[in-house]
Design a binder for this molecule. Structure first.
Ligand SMILES: Cc1cc2nc3c(=O)[nH]c(=O)nc-3n(C[C@H](O)[C@H](O)[C@H](O)COP(=O)(O)OP(=O)(O)OC[C@H]3O[C@@H](n4cnc5c(N)ncnc54)[C@H](O)[C@@H]3O)c2cc1C
Length: 317
C-alpha cells in the first residue's frame, strides 16, 4: 500500500514554539519534553500540521467512517487516497489500517511513544527515544510589501486534498482576514506570552478610499503634503505605543493586557497547513481586485510558490 506522510516530530514542536517566536530553535531533549507537555495538556493543534495519506478505495474510506464514534474526527477521501492529520490519527488510531499505523509510528517515533504511554514517560526514557526532524526550515520564501510567506513543506499527489504548510508574517489586519479561511490549521505567535521581535508594517503609500466600493482602496496615494504628514504621525504613534508598552511591561503589567496599546500595523507570525481545495479557494477570493492589496500580494506569492489548480471551482458557494 502507498503511504505518504508530511511532517515530523519536530514539525509539531515548531508549530508549538511559534507561540513564543522560537520556532527556529531545535534541541531534541527539550523538543521531546515539549511534545510530552503538549500531549498531556491537550495542546493539540500543533499536531494538525502533520499529514498522512494512504491509498484506498472509496468503499474502504466509507468502512472507516462507519467505525467512527467521535464526531470531531475528520477523515477525507480524494484521488484514491484517504487523508487525515496526525491529531485525527491519534484520536482514531483504532480504526486506521495496521500497515498505516506502523508507518505513522515509524515516522513520528517520539510522538507515538508518548501517546502509547499516555504521556507517562521519564525524561531519561524520552532522551533515549529516536526523534524525527525536518530536512529544511523553509523550502522557498517570497517577500511582500507588508511581510513574507515561506513554504515549509508540501505533500502533492495530484488530488484536491494535497497539503501545504506555510509560515506567514503579516500585519494583524491581514491575519484577521486570513484566519476567516477555516479549512486548514493555524498556530500563531502569542502576544500573551512573548514581547519577542515586535515589528510593524508601515505602508509606503497611504492609498485613497475607493468611491465605488466602500471596503476598498484605489491605487492612488493621498496628496502631499498630507501623505508625508500622516506617515510621520503613524510612525510617531507606533513609537509612542511601543514606549508605553515597554514602560508597562517593565512595571509588570501583563503582556496580555499591555498589547492592547499596540496598533493593528503590528506584525504577527503563524504556521498555516491547508489542503489544495481550500488553498485554491483562498487564491481565488484573495487575488480578486475586491480583496485588500496587502492580502492580494500574499495570494499572488502563494500562486507563484505552488500554483493554482482551480479545484475550488467544484463549489458553487
Ligand atoms: C473581499 C472579501 C470581503 C470580505 N468581507 C467580509 C466581511 O465584511 N465580514 C466578514 O465577516 N467576512 C468577510 N469576508 C470573509 C468571507 O466571508 C469568508 O469568511 C472568507 O473569505 C473565507 O472563505 P471560505 O468560507 O470560502 O473559506 P474556508 O473557511 O477556508 O472554507 C473553505 C470551503 O469549505 C467549505 N466550508 C467551510 N466551512 C463551512 C461551513 N461551516 N459550512 C459550509 N461549508 C463550509 C466551503 O465550501 C468553503 O468554500 C470577506 C472576504 C473577502 C474575500
Amino acid at each position: 500500500m502507498e503511504i505518504h506522510i508530511m511532517g515530523s516530530d519536530q514539525r509539531s514542536v515548531r508549530c508549538a514554539r511559534v507561540s513564543f517566536g522560537k520556532d527556529e530553535i531545535s534541541d531534541p531533549d527539550r523538543d521531546k519534553r515539549l511534545l510530552r507537555y503538549l500531549f498531556v495538556h491537550k495542546h493539540a493543534s500543533p499536531f494538525e500540521h502533520n499529514i498522512i495519506a494512504f491509498q484506498a478505495s472509496k468503499k474502504e474510506w466509507l468502512a472507516i467512517l462507519e467505525k467512527i464514534d467521535n464526531p470531531s474526527v475528520q477523515i477525507y477521501f480524494s484521488g484514491d487516497y484517504i487523508w487525515l492529520n496526525l491529531r485525527n490519527a491519534i484520536n482514531a488510531s483504532r480504526i486506521i489500517p495496521g500497515e498505516v499505523f506502523e508507518e505513522v509510528k515509524r515516522f513520528f517515533p517520539t510522538t507515538w511513544t508518548i501517546v502509547e504511554k499516555g504521556g507517562k514517560i521519564s525524561d531519561d526514557d524520552l532522551s533515549a527515544l529516536p526523534y524525527s526532524t525536518d530536512r529544511v526550515f523553509l523550502q522557498e520564501k517570497r517577500v511582500t510589501s507588508s511581510g513574507w510567506i515561506g513554504l515549509v513543506d508540501r505533500l502533492e499527489l495530484g488530488t484536491e486534498m494535497d497539503y501545504y504548510t506555510f509560515i506567514v508574517e503579516c500585519p494583524l489586519f491581514v491575519a484577521r482576514q486570513w484566519h476567516r479561511h477555516r479549512f486548514g490549521s493555524y498556530n500563531e505567535i502569542s502576544r500573551r506570552y512573548t514581547a519577542y521581535d515586535i515589528k510593524f508594517y508601515i505602508p509606503e503609500v497611504l492609498r485613497k478610499q475607493a468611491r465605488s466600493n466602500k471596503q476598498a482602496s484605489v491605487d492612488e496615494g493621498v496628496e502631499e503634503p498630507l501623505q508625508s504628514e500622516f506617515l510621520s504621525e503613524i510612525k510617531g504613534l507606533i513609537n509612542r505605543s511601543m514606549d508605553l508598552y515597554e514602560k508597562m511591561t517593565v512595571k509588570e503589567v501583563a503582556k496580555e493586557l499591555a498589547r492592547g496599546i499596540l496598533p493593528q500595523f503590528m506584525k504577527t507570525r503563524y504556521y498555516w497547513t491547508v489542503p489544495r481545495i481550500a488553498l485554491d479557494n483562498f487564491i481565488t477570493l484573495r487575488i480578486h481586485e475586491g480583496a485588500q492589496k496587502e492580502i492580494r500580494e500574499f495570494a499572488e506569492a502563494i500562486k507563484e510558490l505552488v500554483g493554482y489548480r482551480e479545484t475550488d471551482r467544484k463549489n458553487l458557494l
